[in-house]
Design a protein around this ligand. Structure first.
Ligand code: MF3
Ligand code: CO
Ligand code: CO
Length: 278
């Protein structure tokens, strides 16, 4: 049988970018575009820091995300995406991802992920962080810290010549070494002119396997780590994913680009607010 080969495609102009399963390789214009979109995404999360407090509704935070994007000339990529009607995802406590903003308010002790994707000049800046609401118990803070470490350990693997599987293997090792569960149902993804593109960036895997990383590849790493078992289930709304065992879940996400000698993190905070405490 013919083995499926990874195909790479060098992107020279916007018209050539199709969701055709190829891994896109970008040049300097792509890096410039993602740098601007990623910077805006990080600025939006920075601005939310003082607003994520007990009593605020997640819908009010969603409004801020939309207005900040619009003010900067960006659209929110999630708005209208496959029928999704909000400007970001807000996932509280045992919600793993894709929590829908609502009139529900945050309360003391909650851990919250906010995931934003402004679309600026045709480029998607996709990033998320955890926020701690008031006094958060040590057990939950530890989950948040280790999840951030998982993201950064994944990013450390990202350089030319490495394989995609190296990233998942490193993340899985760190998470499971702390007795946490790595969510398998959702993964990182190619990003750029398209919101979700090839390749799939899984957060658990085998080192030395998968496509080779090459300069110009843009993708997200976005591990979802559960305090309990890795299993998730989808709620009736068709979006909200929660842990099956109702244990707490945390996630951080960066959009990165492979460079000649490592990688560039497009969505790093200019103010150093990448992880709590802020
Ligand atoms: N931002 C999410 C990601 O990291 C995707 C959200 S899609 C939505 O890939 F429709 F749920 F908003
Ligand atoms: Co993403
Ligand atoms: Co995201």
């Amino acid at each position: 049988m013919l083995a499926r080969m990874t195909q790479y495609q060098t992107i020279t102009d916007a018209d050539t970018v199709l969701r055709d399963g190829t891994i896109k390789l970008h040049g300097p214009e792509g890096f410039a575009g993602m740098r601007a979109a990623g910077r805006l995404a990080a600025d939006i999360l920075d601005a939310l820091v003082p607003m994520v407090v007990p009593g605020v509704s997640t819908e009010a935070l969603d409004d801020v995300v939309r207005e900040m994007g619009l003010a900067a000339g960006a659209a929110c990529a999630t708005l209208g995406y496959r029928g999704y009607t909000h400007s970001c995802c807000i996932s509280v406590n045992h919600v793993v991802c894709h929590g829908i903003p609502s009139d529900k308010t945050l309360k003391d002790g909650d851990i919250v992920n906010i995931d934003v994707t402004p679309l600026l000049d045709g480029w998607h800046g996709d990033t998320s962080r955890m926020f701690l609401v008031g006094d958060v118990p040590l057990k939950a803070r530890r989950l948040v810290d280790v999840t951030y470490e998982c993201l950064m350990i994944g990013i450390e693997q990202a350089r030319p010549g490495a394989r995609l599987g190296d990233i998942g293997a490193a993340i899985q090792r760190h998470a499971e070494g702390n007795r946490y569960g790595v969510v398998r149902e959702f993964c990182g993804h190619g990003v750029g002119r398209l919101f979700h593109d090839a390749p799939e960036v899984v957060h658990a895997g085998i080192a030395g396997t998968g496509p080779e990383l090459r300069p110009g590849m843009f993708f997200t790493i976005e591990p979802m780590i559960n305090l309990g078992k890795p299993g998730v289930k989808l709620l009736e709304d068709g979006w909200t994913a929660v842990t099956r065992d109702r244990s707490l879940s945390a996630q951080f996400e960066h959009s990165i680009g492979i460079t000649e000698d490592g990688c560039e993190v497009f969505t790093a905070s200019a103010r150093g607010l990448d992880q709590p405490p802020y």
